[in-house]
Design a protein around this ligand. Sequence first.
Ligand code: G3I
Length: 318
Amino acid sequence: SGLNALATAAGKLYFGSATDNPELTDTTYTSYLNNSQHFGQLTPGNSMKWDATEPEPNTFTFTEGDQIANLAKSNGQILRAHNLVWYSQLPDWVTSNNYNATGLTEVIQNHIANVAGHYKGQPYAWDVVNEPLNDNGSFRSDVFYDTLGESYIPIALNATRAADPNVKLYINDYNIEYTGAKATAMQNLVKSLQADGVPIDGIGMESHFIVGEVPTTLVENFQAFADLGVEIAITELDIRMTLPETDALLEQQKQDFYNVVDACLQVSACKGITVWDWTDKYSWIPSTFPGEGAATPFDDNYEEKPAFDGIVEALMGQ
Ligand code: G3I
């Protein structure tokens, strides 16, 4: 009765986790991670990003990405590949070479042909474009948008489809989990891609939430995406709190995890749920938000927290 076993019994494709290469030397961690009853899907937290895979122009390194792809394969787990085009974790050469539109198009196409081509047939989905929007719904200013305008998005989606014809093509972002300007802008982006005949299969809802502040419009918003004919997934779930942990915060966090998982269960287009690592020991939160943490369902010692029970209860329909 692990989390993935319960999720698949409830009709979802998977319950999974992000992981990262340095953690894989921790055998207590991997003994749980590798059990597909618990986790039916893995996402590499860093090792398939541009800085990891193409640190110098047209020089590709897949050692670390392969480690996680191979781990998923040997464990019988689905792979979500992450990510191809993102403003962050870009090597300096992409931003500092002052490519013109033609040059940057070739750079994007070559990156994707090689990276998505290398993993062809392995991932269920690629996060092709990551975090393209600002919170007000406008396009994020970055080297891709500033050089190519919105056209970088079809360029990336088409290149990925060409490199791996069967992989699901996702755009992934945060603050689109609930209704509002950013979710509306993402829906408009989906509509415009569809109108132009550009392949788009899914939208990733990152879901980096705060205890006690989980949005109340998840279901109606997920359904609005589903109504466009795309699937969705909860791709990077964690729910952080201001430390120290208290019993009240942990109980609220249990309810919050319950609500997010339940929202995915209520919308058939929501294919699966990925936590952005499953133990507080390896969560990205404390290094990015000093004074906050405890954002995952297991504590630093791999003990189940009330949040774990909240996930189980939601998956069991209780
Ligand atoms: O690789 C270097 C290493 O050589 C160096 O010794 C070390 C010193 O700090 O840094 C290492 O790089 C770190 C990298 O993770 C790999 O561990 C970076 O400093 C650190 O900033 C980076 O953080 C990652 C973050 O993305 C960067 O934006 C997190 O691990 C990763 O979990 C996080 O994931 C993102 C998703 O991709 C997109 N959505 C948001 C999510 C959370 O930020």
